[in-house]
Design a protein around this ligand. Structure first.
Ligand SMILES: [Zn+2]
Length: 148
């Protein structure tokens, strides 16, 4: 690996930043936010939802890895906007015989959904640093980020 140039990057994110975002394949988070390797933690799931596991990662990110700022990026035309949660779960239960115990967290408006995630984060007793939490909606039609 003589060509590998990232060998001297620090374990702790250089910009003290953690980003929570959707797994959507159209979003290249580093490129979108002008970040380089080593700059930030990226925590992704379907919808960029603030789940218990996202809280788990953020607590580790802040307490052990020194991040102090959180950026949430949701987006337009998300897969979760096109699904009826009750129907989806009923269908799944019918097929596999077990009712899913987790929420799919479908939503209609990405801006409302981003505010919901910000509020969840602010309410969490485990997240120590909440002074710098920002939310954005990425418009997949024109590539623009809109702050919420
Ligand atoms: Zn999405």
């Amino acid at each position: 690996m003589a060509q590998f140039s990232d060998h001297d990057l620090a374990l702790r994110p250089a910009r003290h930043l953690a980003i929570v975002t959707c797994m959507d394949s159209r979003m290249d988070i580093f490129q979108m936010l002008g970040l380089d390797h080593g700059d930030a933690h990226i925590i992704r799931n379907a919808g960029g939802v603030v789940t218990d596991d996202v809280i788990r990662s953020l607590v580790l990110s802040q307490r052990q890895m020194g991040t102090r700022e959180v950026i949430l990026v949701h987006h337009t035309n998300c897969g979760l906007q096109a699904i009826n949660e009750a129907e989806f779960k009923a269908e799944l239960e019918h097929e596999v015989g077990i009712k899913p115990w987790w929420a799919l967290e479908c939503f209609t408006d990405p801006y409302t959904d981003t505010r919901q995630s910000i509020n969840r984060l602010r309410q969490s007793p485990f997240v120590p640093f909440k002074e710098h939490i920002r939310g954005f909606v990425y418009d997949v039609a024109d590539g623009r980020l809109h702050e919420v």
